[in-house]
Write a protein that binds this ligand. Structure first.
Ligand code: MN
Length: 129
């Protein structure tokens, strides 16, 4: 085992993949054969991801605030602190903060063998006002 101390620096979510102010802290990325990747993601009010999917699915666990999640073909759904969302492998979706509320969630994925964790698509056009 080993203990990784909290990384001091947060990374800004890039504009091609996120709308608004999003900051990511990598929590865990253990060496092979593990393919677990875990991030703590902080969304400012209204900030959210673009449409994307994960090859082996994703767990989102909301730590703070209120947010939104939508899967392709589904309604926009509200999530809040304590909620856990399972995104199916290959399911197109987006997630982020509610329009007037900060939100942070843990995001846990299993990388593909080639290291891919996320396939990005277009920005969300129907984010609620
Ligand atoms: Mn996702």
């Amino acid at each position: 085992m080993h203990i990784t101390r909290r990384r001091p620096e947060s990374l800004r979510g890039p504009a091609e993949s996120f709308t608004g102010s999003v900051w990511l802290n990598e929590v865990a990325a253990p060496a092979a054969p593990a393919r677990l990747r875990m991030f703590n993601v902080h969304f400012a009010p209204g900030a959210h991801t673009a449409w994307h999917r994960h090859p082996h699915g994703q767990v989102l666990h909301v730590l703070e605030g209120e947010g939104l999640v939508q899967r392709r073909g589904g309604a926009v759904e509200e999530i809040r602190a304590g909620d856990t969302v399972w995104i199916e492998p290959g399911e197109w979706h987006w997630h982020g903060a509610a329009p007037r509320t900060f939100m942070s969630h843990l995001a846990v994925v299993e990388a593909a063998v080639d290291g891919t964790t996320t396939e990005w698509h277009e920005h969300v056009s129907e984010y609620p006002a």
